[in-house]
Design a binder for this molecule. Structure first.
Ligand code: PLP
Length: 386
């Protein structure tokens, strides 16, 4: 494929017509753990699936193209991708991570730090003075999520890249929330992009997977090497399913966003709601920045209910079209209570520092009919006791 085609075309056409034997239009699935050698001392292109598999490589090529990277390493989960990135940090070296990062990432970095395998500082990456102070400590790696989870703060990637270059740190962006359909961090100078492909990239909630896309061949080689050493590689079946998912990525995201905008509008007008976090709202502090660096605002919304934990419980119980579940980015709408679910792995002080209160609700807005979702939200808000 050429570099020039639109990402929407690349996502649909990735890996097509690659089957020389039968001319299958879709890339075949190779469910095998090993590959026969041609003869003594003559391996073929692949020998063992932990090290390499054609189905997984087809997905890797597609993601590298969509993100504009030199190569992608496909892992068994988003957390495996995060653990893989951590292999680039040595004991004594510092990771700067967002104070409101994904709970699993918070747990991974905290636990590795507790064992002395790296140092970590969780900071508010929207605060210029905090950032400058942290940069002075010469971090090895700056970990960015944009928008952050669950408060959807938009991080300025140009600024983060300048800071990373200033102190010689690697810039890593977790692009799970937006996907390459809406943001391509490597264009802003990121060295590595990581994903939980479990979410938007796959689409239907039937796969667990992850990926690390490297900007340079050298970093890609290191990621491939560590993935093989640690056995983090994703399965062929999950790679095949994710490949199916990315073909509809762009059209799904259009509907996610249309629904999210309609819901955010209802939320911000309702008296039971104290605050709405959605960069698609013109009133959101991240709106202008999101317009500049993203191709859309995505389908994640968070909001604070004035009635705290009681209101959160009532609201969740009243919903009919939002399933109470962790995870995000599926075609189906989900509701999550971060304090007791996605961010339960954070301790109380971590949650407090991150601004995750008992009344905070996070919605992963699906691709159902807009009017149905809006009506469900409206009715559930109206049902809250005074
Ligand atoms: N990063 C982000 C932003 C996530 O939301 C998630 C999971 O939802 C992960 C990483 C971890 O991914 P996984 O659950 O596939 O291990």
């Amino acid at each position: 494929m050429t570099d020039k085609i639109d990402n929407r075309t690349a996502a649909v056409r990735a890996g097509l017509e690659s089957d020389e034997r039968f001319g299958a239009v879709m890339p075949p699935i190779y469910l095998t753990s090993n590959f026969a050698f041609e003869a003594y001392d003559r391996p073929r292109g692949y020998d063992y699936t932990r090290t390499g598999n054609p189905t997984r490589d087809a997905l890797a090529d597609a993601l590298a193209e969509l993100e504009g990277g030199a190569g992608a390493t496909i892992t068994g989960s988003g957390m495996a991708a995060a653990a893989l990135v951590c292999q680039l940090v040595d004991p004594g070296q510092l990771v700067l991570a967002p104070v409101d990062c994904y709970g699993g990432t918070f747990r991974l970095l905290s636990r590795l730090s507790a064992r002395g395998l790296l140092n970590v500082r969780f900071i508010d990456q929207t605060d210029e003075s905090v950032l400058q102070g942290a940069i002075a400590e010469q971090p090895r790696l700056i970990w960015v999520e944009t928008p952050t989870n669950p408060l959807l703060r938009v991080i300025d990637l140009k600024q983060m890249n300048a800071l990373a270059k200033q102190c010689g740190a690697l810039l890593v962006v977790d692009n799970t929330f937006l996907s390459p359909a809406l943001l391509r961090p490597i264009e802003f100078g990121a060295d590595l992009v990581m994903h939980s492909t479990t979410n938007y990239l796959n689409g239907p909630s039937d796969v667990l997977g992850g990926a690390v896309i490297a900007a340079t061949p050298q970093l890609h080689e290191q990621m491939q090497d560590w993935s093989n050493i640690l056995g983090l590689s994703g399965s062929a079946l999950d790679s095949f399913l994710t490949m199916r998912g990315i073909r509809t990525l762009h059209v799904r995201l259009r509907q996610h966003e249309e629904n999210a905008l309609a819901i955010a509008d209802v939320l911000q007008q309702h008296q039971a709601v104290a605050h709405v976090y959605y960069p698609g709202l013109a009133s959101d502090p991240g709106h202008q920045l999101a317009r500049q660096q993203q191709n859309g605002f995505g389908g994640m919304i968070s909001f604070d209910l004035k009635g705290g934990a009681r209101a959160a419980a009532e609201f969740i119980a009243a919903l009919k079209l939002f399933t109470l579940a962790v995870s995000l980015g599926g075609v189906e709408s989900l509701v999550c209570h971060p304090a007791t679910m996605s961010h339960a792995a954070m301790d109380d002080s971590g949650r407090e520092a991150a601004g995750i209160g008992a009344g905070l609700i996070r919605l992963s807005v699906g691709i159902e009919a807009t009017a149905d979702l809006v009506a469900d939200i409206q009715r559930s808000l109206n049902s809250l006791s005074a």
